[in-house]
Design a protein around this ligand. Structure first.
Ligand code: PMP
Length: 455
């Protein structure tokens, strides 16, 4: 296996470009070659068994090795591997998936457009929202407002929609028609003495200020993840979303809840919008829709927006693989399995409370953790040099990456986002596996803290 691993690493360097990776750093280190997975574990080419605390990339919600999904894909490949939805044609899995989604998404979202990735879903939203306003006789209503550190994907439009500085820096300029407001992170953004509730209202009112600055007649939509995922698991104070919703309604700005990470049980409800009481007009979803077993995304669309589109003539938008039958069949099997296993209730009532209790205890007792945040099976551990002053490690310190690497050496995948360690494990995680996760994380934190003289 070792020889094979070296061959794969050499070929990888020779021919394969990795997303979100510094090619030179990868060249020096070589990629970890992952060869198989089962349950909550992955195995590398050297046979090491690793607990996957990130469920792949926030997506393998039902865990690896679920035969029902494998069977659904195999059967659909035999029956009808592909047919398009452009020519006024449809295949049963596409209809059944749209129908199933209408039953689990928040009330009022009953129409679905399929794509292949979160990025495509968000590009779709930009096109649909602008088309909607145009057909309403308001073509000027085309600006989107997102948030700093928001992540909505990596296509040109999705990068502009998101607020990731390092991604913006790669562009000579962003597309026109995209604006950003502050993120609702109380720990780093609040004024001295400001309560989370007051801060949440202030962060939401940044939207009102931005709408008034641009002019409500020019603003198409606001987009936010219920909990910012790739921005470091930022869960807003309880006052935030109701105020955002009020502002969107007052100025007739469409509200988009990006559920690509929060959807499908991650927060303890089917969708993060249900956890936070958000009533979105448009809702992109991906990842957990198929638990990552096949690429698929969807956009849920409200009656109002749908009616506008229905009256709008030819919808000149879509992808060859919109509603790919195999992906739809896998997504259907995935949702059925989640229902059979009662996974959403299990997250809310059992495994997430235990996960939060164990990580919370670790965070409370550890000198390097300034804040433990998140909801459900989404966790962020903010690494700090000083808990009193909330001094965060710098990029040069590289503390989160060092700790992440130590976790991996201990057999645990965590992710480093800035100076935050992030976890988003499969929803099938057992209590023993929570203990294992904390047991592997703890020494990695200790070693890192020792390096910085904090222990
Ligand atoms: N939106 C959110 C909230 C995401 O987290 C992501 C991916 N992490 C995307 C959109 C983009 O999805 P994809 O990578 O499938 O294009």
């Amino acid at each position: 296996m070792n020889e094979m691993r070296q061959t794969w690493q050499a070929l990888d360097y020779a021919h394969h470009i990795h997303p979100f990776t510094d090619p030179k750093a990868l060249k020096d280190k070589g990629p970890t070659v992952i060869t198989r997975a089962d349950g909550a574990y992955i195995w590398d080419a050297d046979g090491n068994k690793i607990l996957d605390g990130m469920a792949g990339l926030w997506c393998v919600n039902v865990g690896y090795g679920q035969q029902a999904l494998v069977d659904a894909a195999t059967e659909q490949l035999r029956q009808l591997p592909y047919y398009n939805t452009f020519f006024q044609t449809v295949a049963p899995p596409q209809v059944e998936l749209a129908d199933t989604l209408s039953k689990i998404t928040p009330d009022g979202l009953d129409h679905f457009f399929f794509a292949n990735s979160g990025s495509e879903a968000n590009d779709t939203i930009i096109r649909l929202a602008r088309h909607f306003w145009n057909r309403q006789g308001k073509p000027e209503k085309m600006t989107f407002i997102g948030r700093e550190n928001g992540y909505h994907g990596s296509t040109l439009a999705a990068v502009s929609l998101g607020g990731m500085k390092h991604m913006h820096d790669m562009e000579v300029s962003l597309l026109p028609g995209f604006e950003h407001i502050m993120q609702p992170h109380w720990y780093t953004g609040s004024n001295p003495g400001e309560s989370p509730e007051d801060f949440g209202l202030r962060a939401a009112r940044a939207l009102e200020e931005k709408i008034l600055e641009i002019g409500p007649e020019k603003v198409a939509a606001f987009i936010g993840e219920p909990v910012q995922g790739a921005g470091g698991v930022i869960d807003p104070p309880a006052s935030y979303w109701p105020e955002i919703q009020r502002i969107c309604r007052q100025y007739d700005v469409l509200l988009v809840a990006d559920e690509v990470i929060c959807g499908f049980g991650r927060t303890g409800e089917w969708f993060g919008s249900q956890t936070y009481g958000i009533e979105p007009d448009l809702m992109p979803m991906a990842k957990g829709l198929s638990s990552g077993y096949a690429p698929i995304s969807a956009v849920a669309i409200s009656e109002r927006v749908y009616k506008g589109i229905e009256e709008g003539g030819l919808l000149s938008h879509g992808f060859t693989y919109s509603g790919h039958p195999v992906s739809c069949a896998v997504a259907l099997a995935n949702i059925r399995l989640m229902q059979e296993l009662n996974l959403v209730d299990r997250v809310r009532e059992d495994i997430a409370p235990y996960f939060r209790q164990c990580l919370g205890e670790l965070a409370d007792s550890h000198p390097m953790i300034g804040e433990f945040r998140g909801v459900g099976l989404l966790a962020g551990l903010q690494l700090v040099k000083d808990r009193e002053t909330r001094e965060i490690f710098t990029a040069q310190d590289n503390a989160a990456n060092l700790c992440r690497d130590r976790c991996l050496a201990n057999g645990l995948v965590m992710r480093a986002v800035g100076q935050t360690l992030v976890a988003s494990p499969p929803l099938t995680l057992t209590r023993d596996q929570v203990d294992e996760l904390v047991g592997k994380l703890n020494p990695a934190l200790d070693e890192t803290a020792r390096e910085f003289g904090l222990l």
